[in-house]
Design a protein. Structure first.
Length: 421
């Protein structure tokens, strides 16, 4: 155990849906009666998986089920999965905010957690007072906290408000100070949830850099949860993938990200289920989407890198202002590039078709996500960054070795044509 920071064995967490605790006196007494007789909790034998999209037949659900993993000292572990997969529940158990239903957790060292905006802060106390309070909770002496105080305030960038009650801080300021406190007061284990997304881009980069320093240079353990897969990939060496409360894999971060992308690509939805958002929604409708003459909502799309990629969109617009169509290609949560209709392709009211073309050998093998939308000169827009997925296949030469992709000139073509009403 000396080389391990965290060891989790057969960890499970069960909730009663719509209730606090078991929800009924009858169930509480039944559990007590079984416990007195030394028998297993009868409600551990029931309950469905934690799939938020399907209504279960039981009032009990397993937020986590039979989770096993180890984290070494100085390791950065990224926990990934969809909303509702059990990531935050796992972090709350590791942080001892809630207890597991079954299983065992061995933790070697002090934990500092940043799970929600304002975690561990008293709103009536000033920023300075909260720093000292958090340090005391971590077991640090006053002189140790004082030694770190200037560094914390400088990193958070809240010097002007350090003696102001935290209740008057914005959510971004609270996150800045919260992360600075958690990272600088020298816990052996730093746990950070998606809360960093509240901060601006510059602060997020600072946080990733600080966590890298904490893990690589100072030998402390980092547990990081984020939907920004690019940030996870840049920080973490190991990935833990959860789906519906079940552990899919604990592996090299690139393998975990590939498995996550594969899970998402198997979830083929209809065009009507795409979650477009923006003020243009009442005025613009995507009627048909095809990639290489295939419907991505009816079948998985697999394209050889030797082939061009063509995307064709059939659209109806009742917008008063001229609009331009745009789409983006994402890889593991990072936007690679975006394309827009050329000015001569701009249309107003009516049905029209917009076409985009990408050359062969532009994308390396892997799974990609297409984001799609439109915008007008008056800054009205419609957008969704996860419309459909497609896969670029690997190709091999005669020696069964994967071919290398050379540098090419990127040439994209976009065109649009009006359809007669």
């Amino acid at each position: 155990m000396s080389s391990l920071s965290i060891k989790v064995q057969d960890l499970s967490k069960q909730y009663r849906l719509g209730q606090v605790g078991t929800g009924t006196l009858k169930h509480d007494l039944n559990r007590l009666w079984y416990s007195i007789r030394g028998k297993e909790d009868p409600y551990l034998k029931i309950g469905g998986s934690n799939d938020r999209t399907i209504k279960g037949e039981s009032d009990y659900a397993w937020a986590l089920k039979d989770i096993n993993f180890e984290v070494k000292k100085g390791e950065a572990l990224g926990i990934i999965g969809r909303n509702g997969a059990g990531k935050s529940t796992l972090l709350k158990i590791l942080s001892k905010i809630t207890s597991p239903t079954t299983g065992e957790i061995n933790i070697n060292g002090r934990i500092a957690s940043l799970l929600e905006v304002g975690t561990g802060f008293h709103p009536e106390l000033t920023g300075r007072e909260n720093i000292f309070m958090n340090g005391s909770i971590l077991g640090m002496r006053k002189w140790e906290i004082q030694k770190k105080l200037d560094e914390i305030v400088d990193f958070a960038g809240v010097a002007a408000y350090i003696d102001t009650p935290v209740k008057r801080y914005s959510s971004g300021m609270i996150v800045r100070l919260g992360f600075a406190v958690a990272a600088h007061l020298e816990p052996e284990i730093l746990v950070v949830d998606e809360v960093l997304a509240v901060g601006d881009a510059e602060f997020q980069r600072k946080c990733i850099g600080k966590m890298k320093e904490v893990s690589s240079n100072q030998g402390r353990t980092v547990i990081f949860v984020s939907h920004n897969l690019g940030a996870v990939a840049s920080l973490c060496e190991t990935g833990l993938l959860l789906q519906n409360g079940n552990l899919i894999c604990v592996s090299d971060i690139q393998v975990a990200l590939a498995n996550y992308a594969s899970i998402n690509s198997n979830d083929i939805k209809s065009l009507e289920e795409v979650n477009f958002r923006g003020p243009l929604i009442p005025f613009l409708q995507f009627l048909k989407i095809e990639i290489n003459n295939l419907n991505p909502f009816k079948e998985s799309i697999h394209i050889s890198p030797e082939n061009e990629i063509s995307i064709e969109l059939k659209i109806f617009s009742s917008c008063i202002n001229p609009i331009r169509i745009t789409f983006s290609i994402f890889k593991e949560g990072l936007r690679l590039f975006s394309l827009h209709d050329t000015p001569e392709c701009v249309f107003q009211k009516g049905n029209f078709i917009s076409k985009f073309s990408l050359p062969a050998f532009l994308l390396r093998p892997g799974i990609y996500t297409v984001g799609l939308g439109a915008y007008s000169k008056s800054d009205e827009w419609i957008w969704d960054d996860n419309v459909f997925d497609f896969e670029i296949l690997s190709i091999f030469d005669e020696k069964n070795e994967q071919k290398n992709f050379g540098i090419i000139n990127i040439k994209t073509i976009s065109s649009a044509e009006r359809i007669s009403n």
